[in-house]
Design a protein. Structure first.
Length: 119
């Protein structure tokens, strides 16, 4: 299984961003797919996950702010982040595995895409 995240880069505070992740090399109907991030000097943080039946779960720090979506036909997941702040600066990882909010719920990890928010 390979996960390829994209959509990161240098962005201005106050703008929005949509990250994408393409999954390949496996069957994803039974896998939850989601996102973690790791900011500079911080621990890896769970953001969101979604299964193929559209059940979603968000991390406490981002619930109500970000949106995860999934296109099962294309094996793609997305993360929409509005109103970016410098606190959102991090490497964002796409993951696939068991539905949950812990690092070890996910056996497959992408390489990460860096998001840098400038003020």
């Amino acid at each position: 299984v390979q996960l390829q995240a994209s959509g990161g880069g240098l962005v201005q505070a106050g703008t929005s961003l949509r990250l994408s992740c393409a999954a390949s090399g496996g069957t994803f109907d039974e896998l939850a797919m989601g996102w973690f991030r790791q900011g500079p000097g911080k621990e890896r943080e769970f953001l969101a996950t979604m299964n193929s039946r559209s059940l979603r779960h968000y991390g406490d720090s981002v619930r109500g702010r970000i949106t995860i979506s999934r296109d099962n036909a294309k094996n793609m997941i997305y993360l929409q982040i509005p109103d970016l702040s410098t606190e959102d600066t991090a490497v964002y990882f796409c993951v696939a595995g068991r539905f949950g909010n812990r690092l070890w719920d996910y056996q497959y990890w992408g390489q990460g895409t860096l998001v840098t928010v400038s003020s």
